[in-house]
Design a protein around this ligand. Structure first.
Ligand code: SAM
Length: 181
């Protein structure tokens, strides 16, 4: 085990915990097995969690978290459900571990969602995107996202890409978009 960056998910959580400035509203764009929502619900006053799979929503309902609003819809439609400025977004892309691998996040809807996220992220907020590039859709998704974020205004956003450069077999990457103050 390593201390700094065992996994992109852990690194994302470390960065959020240490560098987000406000802890009011957060979005888990990909609920899945709920690990990111668990994390966010301990830090933020209210968490919106999206998943297109009803089984993910139903499983998480059992946790009975008062400050989590579960939304069984695509994160592409975040603006239909959210009125507040959001302090943090987590996207953990790809398919549900242990689930149906054919149900995976898709380049177009992910990109549309991230575009909307950059419009409603609060000042000093963080958008963390864990990208799994070892499958075809994941590679396409990563390219679409990178094309978009590299054009974001450097005055308003700081964009960093974390990648394991000595791992084999297309290791995951973590993209962090930080909104300025
Ligand atoms: N964050 C999760 C956790 O802590 O276990 C892992 C997420 S898993 C890698 C990706 C999830 O995204 C799957 O549960 C899948 O159903 C969901 N998903 C796929 N497309 C989606 C979309 N357009 N909107 C919301 N969720 C989506």
């Amino acid at each position: 085990m390593f201390e700094y960056a065992n996994s992109v998910s852990e690194l994302a959580q470390f960065i959020i915990k240490n560098y987000c400035r406000n802890f009011n509203f957060a979005v888990d764009a990909t609920l899945g097995n709920g690990h990111d929502t668990d994390f966010l619900s301990t830090l933020f006053s209210k968490v919106y969690s999206f998943d297109i799979q009803k089984c993910a929503i139903d499983n998480y309902k059992k946790s009975n978290k008062n400050n989590v609003k579960l939304i069984n819809d695509s994160h592409e439609y975040i603006d239909k459900y959210i009125e507040e400025k959001i302090d943090c977004f987590i996207y953990n892309l790809g398919y549900l571990p242990g689930g149906d691998k054919s149900i995976t996040t898709k380049a177009n809807s992910t990109l549309n969602s991230i575009i909307k996220a950059t419009k409603i992220i609060n000042n000093n907020g963080i958008i963390a995107i864990c990208m799994y590039v070892g499958h075809q859709e994941g590679e396409k998704e990563k390219n679409c996202i990178l094309n978009f974020v590299q054009e974001l205004s450097k005055k308003n956003f700081n964009v960093t890409l974390h990648k394991y450069i000595n791992r084999t077999n297309n290791p995951p990457m973590l993209l962090i978009i930080e909104k300025n103050s």
